[in-house]
Design a protein around this ligand. Structure first.
Ligand code: NDP
Ligand code: MG
Length: 391
């Protein structure tokens, strides 16, 4: 009997998660048939990846790069698509497994489209779970498709609670490294620049998530992502600062027992766990040498230094469209920080002001339907823009 070949597509193939996924696929090349790949600006890497993996179809989300991509690939039998509709076209192709690794809310519709085809979805794009978790879960259920976390903490939780009775879980703890500025005081954060924020002490990730790790906006998104993935309440989710990034999550059970997930800070662990659908793959990674590590350090986050995390808890409790608005306002604030129009601490101020305005007008309490999610996303961006000049 021949080996079973799995048909896969990678959305966001040119990014940090996308390239790590490619690395894993190339290790067992004969087990996978790569159907579609998508990227955006980096068409050289997209073309190179498509040739290497013999993809059937590629899409650049950046319409203006479509002709150049077609030109690079003209000698190959690879179909080329362009723009957001091109990305959706790739996501619509029938496969067994899709990696959702586009950054930001641009990942929502392609991820949903992939679920609609019935494909199992490995979800790195946490923003789609934060903005539209109930929709993602509903479609996955309707199509009997697996929705698997790729975020390291959430993959860790999935691994920790596997085989346990759901009712016995009393709490989960997710860790945060503290990012680039873990040793700075709040006062020292006033003048920090995007380049400084984009240096992560432990993980090698895309620029936006690295900056979100320094502000803890990333952790704010992750507590909401955890609620959606594991049906948890705000009081069931704790965040601890763990500067070593070795313990990714801890599950507490009703009998006082706790399980911790320990591993090197390398996303290929979580990606492989999703790629092989909860089976373990021999990654030959250097194991964590606990004797050398000696002590594992944990501390409570200082909420006054990390207002983004406090906001995240409020959004989690609020539910409804708050997650979609929060994510969009955060993306707008981050764009402005990157453009040097807003300070590092100003990001949380802008997001708070946006959330307050939208809540006071009662815009966040509607059902999480796709049209409402898209509408509140646009609205939150425009309200956030208004506040940028004020902070
Ligand atoms: P990167 O910035 O490295 O990659 C982002 C990918 O999305 C690239 O392929 C990029 O294309 C593509 N892209 C950018 N804008 C658009 C758009 N408008 N439409 C379609 N595609 C677009 O990000 P990461 O790989 O770091 O992160 C991807 C996702 O995974 C994020 O949601 C992040 O939060 C999550 N994640 C990442 C982790 C990590 O270790 N990196 C860990 C946990 C979660 P191009 O580069 O060609 O422009
Ligand atoms: Mg994470």
């Amino acid at each position: 009997m021949g080996i079973l070949v799995k048909n896969i597509s990678i959305l966001g193939a040119t990014g940090s998660i996308g390239q790590n996924t490619l690395d894993l696929v190339l290790r067992e090349r004969d087990k996978f048939n790569v159907v579609g790949l998508t990227g955006s600006d980096n068409i050289e890497l997209l073309a190179e990846s498509a040739i290497k993996l013999k993809a059937d179809v590629v899409a650049t989300a950046n319409e203006s790069k479509f002709n150049d991509l077609r030109e690079i690939l003209k000698k190959y039998q690879i179909e080329v698509c362009g723009g957001a509709t091109g990305v959706l076209e790739v996501a619509s192709r029938q496969v067994d497994w899709v990696m959702s690794a586009i950054v930001g809310s641009a990942g929502l519709l392609p991820g949903l489209r992939a679920l609609e085809t019935g494909a199992n979805l490995a979800l790195a794009n946490k923003e789609s779970m934060v903005a539209a978790g109930p929709i993602m879960k509903k479609i996955a259920k309707m199509k009997s498709a697996k929705l698997m976390p790729v975020d390291s903490e959430h993959s860790a939780i999935a691994q920790l609670i596997r085989g346990e009775e759901r009712d016995s879980l009393s709490k989960i703890i997710i860790t945060a490294s503290g990012g680039a500025f873990k040793n700075l005081t709040k006062a020292e954060l006033i003048d920090v620049t995007p380049d400084q924020a984009a240096q992560h002490p432990n993980w090698n990730m895309g620029k936006r998530i690295t900056i979100d790790s320094a502000s803890l906006f990333n952790k704010a998104l992750e507590i909401i992502e955890a609620k959606e993935f594991f049906d948890l309440k705000s009081s069931d989710i704790e965040v601890l600062i763990h500067p070593q990034s070795l313990v990714h999550a801890i599950a507490s059970f009703c009998d006082g027992g706790m399980k911790a997930h320990i591993g090197p800070p390398d996303m290929r662990h979580a990606i492989a766990y999703a790629l092989y659908e909860e089976k373990r793959f021999n990654l030959t990674m250097p194991e964590v040498n606990l004797a050398e590590v000696g002590t594992l350090k944990f501390e409570k986050p200082d909420m006054s230094k990390y207002p983004a995390l406090e906001l995240g808890y409020e959004v989690l409790a609020q539910g409804g469209l708050a997650g979609a608005a929060f994510n969009a306002a955060k993306e707008e604030a981050l764009d402005n920080f990157l453009d040097r129009k807003l300070s590092f601490l100003g990001m949380a101020d802008v997001v708070r002001a946006t959330m307050d305005e939208l809540s006071s007008k009662n815009h966040l309490s509607s059902e999480v339907e796709l049209e409402a999610v898209i509408e509140i996303d646009l609205q939150a961006r425009s309200v956030a823009k208004k506040f940028v000049g004020k902070y």
